[in-house]
Design a binder for this molecule. Sequence first.
Ligand code: FAD
Ligand code: MLT
Ligand code: ZN
Length: 467
Amino acid sequence: MLITDLVDVLGAAHVLTDPDITVSYETDWTGAFQGRAAAVVRPETTEQVAAVLRICGRHSMPVVPQGGNTGLVGGSVPAGVAAGAVVLSLRRLTSIEPVDAAAGLVTAGAGVTLADVQAHVRAAGYGIGVDFAARDSATVGGIAASNAGGERVLRHGMTRGQVAGLEVVLADGAVVRRLSGLPKDNVGYDLPSLFVGSEGTLGIITRVQLRLVGLPAARTTALLAMADLPAAVDLVALLRATVASLDAVELVFGGGVDLVCAHQGRLAPFPGRSFPPDTPYLLMECVGSTDPTGDLAAAVETATGVLDAVVATTATDRERLWTYREGHTAAVNAVGVPLKLDVAVPLARMSAFVDDLRGLVRAMAPSARLHLWGHLAEANLHVNVTGLDRDDARGREGLTEAILARAAADGGSIGAEHGVGRAKMAWVGLSRSPAELAVIAAMKHALDPAGLLNPGVLVPPYGHGKP
Ligand code: FAD
Ligand code: MLT
Ligand code: ZN
């Protein structure tokens, strides 16, 4: 019996089958994806993870890995897995090794949250080059598995650039460990990189080695209301060219900020002024060893189309400005479960893309509401639509298709940072060629021949035992 075998290895306390308890592991953060788990298992060590995979392999039981369950594409829950699935929660893998200052690295268990690893390295005078609003729940294993982006990509790149090594358990229970920490180590394929962004389909990440980044002594944050999106895009180019201390440029709109203010009971950011809902706001941050406020102000003064600005140099004021940006996901979800898309289009085409998008949603779903925000420096736009009929699957698919096809036609990506998961499966072909998809399928077949690791995510399902 599957459950008996799992209990033998983990103990009854860590094999959960009571629906009242498993429900939170079976539903994603947005509420859009739900499934039923045969059990939720909570191993504490790499060896226990390996044992779970061997047992599930013997029983031909699919496995859905889960970290903080903050993913936004339905990949962390067993939605639509017809054969049933064991949800493998990695949250008890919480060991953190001491900071290795000489190598500039820290190694943490997959279940350590981003906030905890940030606090751990901050105590030694360092930072982590990845950050975003779900930091208190998202785990380093989940962040690596989804190659998360976030708010610091401008300076540090995606998570892939921050992962120096990994420990991974393969479908057959074998453990692959590449944690040498050597910056130069060209012996064959870069295996850690293979698993970054694999969304739980190639192996289970049990330990993550992350690079340390410096903690800036000074930081300045500003929120600017801009006349229009072309002016905002021009300002990004100006800042990139002239402000070396630039660390983040994020995009929100007046209507989104109003929504966050209403959701959180906050005052609007620009005292005594309000702007129409389609007004773009730029949240920008500069960091340095000395106060970067002057550099930022000098650049902004030469920009055109700046309607208003607020600047924050204290931690409290900075946090307040970031809340207008980071509060979007929860504020939109409070309106209703959104159709959630995450595209990138070349920055030079962003303004035309947004104009077309607004027209497209007005035409295809006149009573729906479009919410836009994103990471402008990386040309990454989050497209959320609320007010759609949840039972009208074809309508939602039609709108998704139209938006993603429009992004792809511009040379964009249908999944900029959230990944493919279950949500974008049908549209992967818009962003990857048949030759690329064949390589992806070959890698999946090689590492998971029975197709038990997160079936239905990223790679089309191919049944169990039939590669
Ligand atoms: P989960 O949600 O549990 O899992 C994510 C995927 O990884 C799933 O496919 C799962 O099967 C797999 N997985 C999880 N752990 C492992 C493991 N140990 N081994 C193998 N596979 C595993 N993302 C961004 O890129 N940028 C953002 O700015 C951003 N902001 C966010 C803000 C909010 C408020 C929220 C709710 C989410 C945000 N996200 C953002 C989504 C982001 O992808 C996740 O927050 C994070 O990367 C996932 O970590 P997690 O531990 O919650 O993983
Ligand atoms: C963000 O940048 O706010 C996130 O990626 C989350 C989201 O898109 O909801
Ligand atoms: Zn984002």
